[in-house]
Design a protein around this ligand. Structure first.
Ligand code: BGC
Length: 427
């Protein structure tokens, strides 16, 4: 059996601080203030300064993998200039991980952009593909001698829906056709980067971290609720994986959106990253403009999500049908009650192990997140971390009970995984 990756996941903007990008720009312009929310960034969790202490925590946690992202705005502050200083710091960080036998899993795009990007080469225009490619090539050439796993995009569909659908992420354009054009360009950009990476060595592994939600029809006896469930599920969970197999990007959500375009992805992906958090219930709504309704039936966490551990098993089973290895690139909970976080971890890992026992090819698990951090529209109020960050007191780090609990679970599951691998050898 291959080595199983145990890790934690973060993203640059959410923890690093000392950043000026499209999000900080929007905050300055007051564009996030709506629906009673007013997220403030204020240097995230100050990780750019405190990274050594944070990486010490990774060592203490005994993980053998770490997912993080490169902050595009830091590396390419202007369209025609790259910051060697920023790349130097990322190099020091990666070297520290390698020295401590922690596999780096960088994400090349996790929601944020340099301030110039949406004017210069927005994702709904073809130009974005080359601009992203140039940024990635710079990083890839610098780190290809030390990084083996690459995640091209984090949750492309979630991002385009926020940025072009609801319009609550920059650039805040509400236009569903442009949303699909942006998604199309992102997927083409992924395939170009895939070719770049694979042409350098077939040993590199390149994937996308996708968000998956379990959808359940509210009233099982009501066919229209089921029809709504099937349409939403097909769109949200399958549109991207299907495009890799069928070479077509197809959305059928009449009367809201119809889209169909050929896209030559030719299954260019080495693993599917699974980000899984919760379940939603679907309902048919009597409305000519939008019959699709979904909601959280049992809100339990600080973000108002349901805790549904069995869902991770369902998602893993569903994605395994696409025939690629799977890595759980995110799974976590925003809660202050540590008992609930520990139970969340225990239950989700139980279902992941069950999937492995059933022969599903799962290569790793990353808890979201190492530290309390900036949770997008919610700001700092939602705490996903295994480590508490005291924002009022010099960003002091305090490992929570779940930190030690996860450490222990890793040990227990490593033994169980060893047993499976020995059994497989005997067979
Ligand atoms: C995103 C993270 C986010 C997490 C919790 C994922 O959708 O990739 O950036 O913090 O969910 O909401």
């Amino acid at each position: 059996m291959k080595k199983f990756f145990w890790g934690v996941a973060t993203s640059s903007f959410q923890i690093e601080g000392h950043i000026e990008n499209d999000f900080t720009q929007w905050e300055k312009e007051g564009k996030f203030k709506r629906d009673g929310l007013n997220p403030t960034y204020d240097n995230g969790s100050n990780h750019w300064i405190m990274w050594k202490e944070d990486f010490g925590l990774l060592k203490e946690l005994n993980v053998n993998a770490y997912r993080f992202s490169f902050e595009w705005s830091r590396i390419q502050p202007e369209p025609n200039s790259f910051s060697e200083k920023a790349l130097d710091q990322y190099e020091r960080m990666i070297d520290y991980l390698l020295k401590n036998e922690i596999e780096p899993f960088p994400t090349l795009h996790h929601f944020t952009h340099p301030i110039w990007f949406h004017e210069f080469s927005p994702w709904h225009t073809e130009k974005s593909i080359d601009v992203y490619f140039e940024f990635v090539a710079k990083i890839f050439n610098r780190f290809k001698d030390r990084v083996r796993y690459w995640i091209t995009f984090n949750e492309p569909l979630v991002w385009v829906m926020a940025a072009y659908g609801e319009g609550n992420f920059p650039p805040g354009i509400k236009n569903l056709n442009l949303m699909m054009d942006a998604l199309y360009n992102i997927l083409i950009a992924h395939s170009k980067v895939y070719d770049l990476i694979k042409s350098s060595s077939q040993n590199f592994q390149t994937g996308i971290a996708n968000h998956f939600i379990v959808f359940k029809s509210d009233r099982d006896w009501f066919l229209l609720d089921k029809a709504v469930r099937n349409r939403i599920h097909k769109f949200f969970n399958l549109v991207i994986p299907d495009a890799f197999i069928t070479n077509n990007l197809i959305v059928s959500l009449p009367p809201i959106l119809k889209y169909e375009k050929e896209i030559n992805l030719n299954n260019k992906i080495d693993f599917w990253g699974v980000n899984y958090y919760y379940r939603l219930f679907t309902k048919f709504k009597l409305s000519l403009s939008n019959p699709f309704y979904f909601y959280t039936k049992h809100p339990e966490t600080d973000t108002g999500w349901e805790i549904y551990p069995k869902g991770i098993f369902k998602v893993l089973k569903m994605i395994s049908k696409y025939g690629k290895p799977i890595i759980v690139t995110e799974n976590g909970i925003a809660i202050n009650d540590e008992k609930i976080r520990m139970k969340f971890l225990r239950k989700h890992l139980k279902f992941i192990f069950k999937a492995i026992q059933q022969g599903i090819d799962i290569d790793g698990y990353f808890y979201w997140s190492l530290l309390d951090n900036y949770e997008w529209l919610f700001g700092k109020s939602k705490r996903f971390g295994l480590v508490y960050v005291d924002y009022e007191n010099e960003f002091k780090r305090i490992p929570k009970e779940s930190f030690y609990y996860y450490k222990n679970l890793i040990q227990i599951y490593n033994q169980k995984l060893d047993v499976i691998s020995t059994e497989n050898k005997v067979v």
